[in-house]
Design a protein around this ligand. Structure first.
Ligand code: COA
Length: 388
């Protein structure tokens, strides 16, 4: 079987792009990705678009928007994938399969979302459709309310972890200052993140604004090919393993003090890659809310159940720590334009492994993992990556 690899990437700045259309965001990310791969649109055999939408914008059937953005791609087969907040990873997964099968030589993956045409409350309502609506539709606080339920369950078992969440928020905001693509490039500081205030109010349960990823617009793109491109301006990045594990949909059927399927994804992904967590240089993980990053420390095996607060507070996951987590600033400060997020996370890892991450660069980065989660911990994707 052919081993697919990343041979180019592109990324718009994430943020509030009021004046820009979805095709204009796509065009910027794709043009950059093709240029890095030293390919022209005619070299692309298939397009996989990650776009959640769900009502953020009026346009559905958005796969043809890539051909609208880059007219030379208008006859290239294109389809759209959706898997809640893991939409971008679902598009990557399909592209990898098409290349691995030999049917496609070079696939273009695009992730895009335009969320800011909606208010935060409307965005929360739209995102709640990614819960198991029969039981969870009326959760107060939008999707923050869903993750507040995880926080409440975890706090009930292990005690109040608000300070640990503030450490995660402060770390990711500090890291975001070095990321030119990030929505927020401002160091909020630990004291701000720790303290509820007019500028940092409670949003849902124990989660404050500083515990939430923002409502963001943006696009990211990858070229995935069946071989390294000798003329590319970036090294090829390959997968040591690619894993997806799903969990039971209703939260009522699960132990909310842990992400069970995320743990399985990590165990399988590391086993398939024939490595341990200690062999990783960095992790880009799905901190849609700080409680998610906290609980993912346990899922990835950084510590035992109930001990994640120690890891959050002792600097282990800082850029110079034992295992840097979210050196890009994560979803928390980079932003979380739903369909673009999984693609963006892979771009960030590829930049690190190419030693082209600028101020975000983790010293001697040689192997990275990307963990992208959809819904309330339901769709779990793990990529373990290293240069070819
Ligand atoms: N973190 C830090 N600061 C934030 C922020 C966030 N998540 N969201 C907004 N801000 C800042 C804004 O930049 C603005 O600052 P300024 O006054 O200096 O310009 C200020 O807070 C007010 O912004 P506003 O957009 O009015 O805030 P809001 O209260 O309407 O929205 C949230 C804040 C947290 C409710 C919103 O970002 C949200 O809904 N996030 C969750 C999105 C989500 O569910 N994603 C899916 C995850 S699975």
């Amino acid at each position: 079987m052919i081993s697919p690899c990343i041979v180019g990437w592109g990324h718009t700045r994430f943020g509030k792009h009021t004046e820009r259309s979805i095709p204009s965001l796509i065009e910027e990310a794709v043009t950059e990705a093709l240029s890095r791969a030293a390919l022209s649109p005619e070299d692309i055999d298939a397009i996989f678009l990650g776009h959640f939408n769900g009502g953020f914008v009026g346009q559905d059937f958005s796969a043809p928007l890539v051909g609208l953005a880059i007219p030379a791609l208008r006859t290239t087969p294109a389809c759209r994938l959706e898997n809640a907040c893991a939409t971008g990873s679902a598009a990557i997964w399909a592209a990898r399969d098409s290349v691995a099968s030999g049917r496609v030589r070079r696939a273009l993956v695009v992730g895009v979302e335009k969320m800011t045409e909606r208010t935060s409350t409307e965005a929360g309502e739209i995102l709640l459709r990614c819960s198991f609506t029969e039981e969870e539709r009326s959760t107060p606080g939008g999707f923050a309310g869903i993750f507040a339920r995880f926080a409440q369950a975890y706090f009930e078992r292990y005690g109040d972890q608000s300070d640990a969440l503030a450490h995660i928020a402060a770390k990711n905001h500090a890291n975001g200052c070095s990321n030119p693509y990030a929505h927020f490039q401002k160091d909020l500081g630990l004291a701000f993140c720790k303290t509820a205030s007019e500028r940092n109010p409670y949003v849902a349960g124990p989660l404050k604004r500083s515990d939430c990823s923002p409502v963001t617009d943006g696009a990211a793109a990858l070229v995935i090919a069946n071989e390294a491109r000798p003329s590319a301006s970036v090294p090829a990045i390959s997968w040591l393993s690619a894993t997806q594990v799903n969990d039971s949909f209703p939260m009522s059927t699960r132990d909310l003090t842990q992400f069970g399927a995320a743990r399985l994804a990590w165990q399988k992904g590391l086993r398939d890659a024939r490595i341990t967590l200690d062999d990783l240089s960095l992790v880009e993980t799905h901190d849609c809310f700080t409680i998610a990053e906290l609980m993912q420390y346990e899922a990835m095996g950084l510590c035992a159940a109930g001990e994640a607060a120690r890891v959050a507070c002792d600097g282990s996951t800082h850029k110079e720590g034992r295992l840097p987590v979210n050196p890009s600033g994560g979803l928390k400060s980079k932003g979380h334009p739903i369909g673009a997020t999984g693609v963006s996370m892979h771009v960030m890892a590829a930049m690190q492994l190419s030693h082209m991450a600028g101020g975000m660069q983790v010293a001697k980065a040689s192997r990275a993992a990307v963990f992208n989660m959809g819904g309330s911990g339901v769709a779990n994707y793990l990529s373990v990556l290293q240069p070819l």
